[in-house]
Design a protein around this ligand. Sequence first.
Ligand code: DON
Length: 582
Amino acid sequence: MVAAAALVPAVLPGLVPAVSAASREPVAADNGMVVSAHRLASTAGVEVLKRGGNAIDAAVAVAYALAVTYPEAGNIGGGGFMTIRLADGRETFIDFRETAPAAAGPTLYQDAAGKVIPGQSTRGYKAVGVPGTVAGLELALTRYGTRPRAELMAPAIALARDGFVLDSGDARFLASGAEDFARDPGSAAIFLNRGQPWPAGHRLVQSDLAAALALIARDGPAAFYTGPIAQRIVAASRANGGILAPGDFAAYQAVERQPITCEYRGWRIVSAPPPSSGGVVLCETLNILEGYPMAALGFHSAQGVHYEVEALRRAFHDRNTQLGDPAFVKLDVARFTDKGYAARQREGIAPDKATPSASLGLPTALPEGQSTTHVSIVDKAGNAVSLTYTLNDWFGARVTAPGTGILLNDEMDDFSAKPGVPNMFGLVEGSNNAIAPGKRPLSSMSPTIVTRDGRLAMVVGTPGGSHIPTGVLQVIRNVVDYGMDLAEAVEAPRIHAQWLPDEVAYERFALSPDTMAALSARGHQLVEMGYHNQIAAIVVGRPAAGPAAADDRPIGAPANGATARLYGVIDPRLPTGSAEGY
Ligand code: DON
């Protein structure tokens, strides 16, 4: 009989996987890596790196390319966040979250009787926040990029003008928006063929989008915010019950912020600050879990899941009751990422009993949308970009402003449609995330970078609404606590908890029947869930952080500045995407 180990080929001399992986191996490369939700966008990014552009340049090219090839979530009509770590150790964060139009107020989505009107914050022009993507990419490029905008946008313009051939994953995904596209002539003209979804093999040409991109390439954000594109979007909004005005576009500003940081068992997490809740949820959860022997308890043991759920319950409670746009709400973020605070939280966690969520206090949770996408990039010098941007729902508000080819977001749904109304438990939600003119809705997007001993170790992020911080958390923990290689860490089934609803959701096969019985005995409500994430991740140095052979390099970039080998993985939970390196 052949020993199991002999069946596992070494990836490279000296780089034997730390575990015998049941997953395919991560994509490996020496000079640069791009992981995104669309193969053609990943390729556009790698080409930039090959020509000597840095990770920020590549991120700009990928983001514009995704706006063409991945209309599900790639966008210029939405917004997002970019976490950047430069090779010299500087860390920063670009916030290009959408803002509420000036005419928006706390009762925007309520009827005269004060009842929330279903669908108004999710479909059509009234759901649209002022897009931030063009301003955000420009801010990142002018401060940290090296290449001209027009050069980086050229692949996106070509993909829109000349079209690209839909593969089966593209076609399947696009078809999921067909019903709503049929109601919007601007979208139907592009994404449908006489009312029917385009089949695989069709070349999808987007001429209006090509023209809009060419205008932005030439004139920069002015084309979008004060020029013809803003005019067209405002005209479409006014003709269709929306409230966008020229002043909303003219006033839009992307903002550079300090990322949130924390340490977990010697690993340093760099992630998204408010108006995202991502970094807070991630850090607070990790801080609480650091006090438990998670590695010894083992992957998805009943006790380990119990502690993880109790930590998430508390972190999401803080998220939902405390956080909002820092320009509007007074926030003491450091309090939530403090180790002492986590220790006090642990005192309230019983090892054998679930805490009823309602006992923690006032709720604010609202369901979040289902469409976002993440890009992870590392270049040859060791600059890293973790970029998550979104239209909120897949295809956003499912309206395309005529003449622009631009699908618009429904990010307004991330606000609380009605603060102060008792939820199903009779509890009242706070007003931190109420709608106000110019305000950014609270987000869960968590573009994250991890370092070890001062060196780049990991870039990770995902779509998934409120499942974003839990997805990122579990991939990091799978690597750090369980020694999985990156592919195993991404593919491993996940669980999710978010305070309210008071339940533990699990992917199929995540929990065995006896584990579920042990969790039920502690008082947890278990429900099976579908797939919410598409993790796009890179690790640096070696594919796993687990026990290494004596001659293995440690995970993380080499201390001597030598080029590190890079390993990229795209989550197989969605039918598109690729990790590509060179
Ligand atoms: O900002 C947020 O948290 C949401 N708008 C993200 C939505 C999302 O990730 C849906 N993706 N599947």
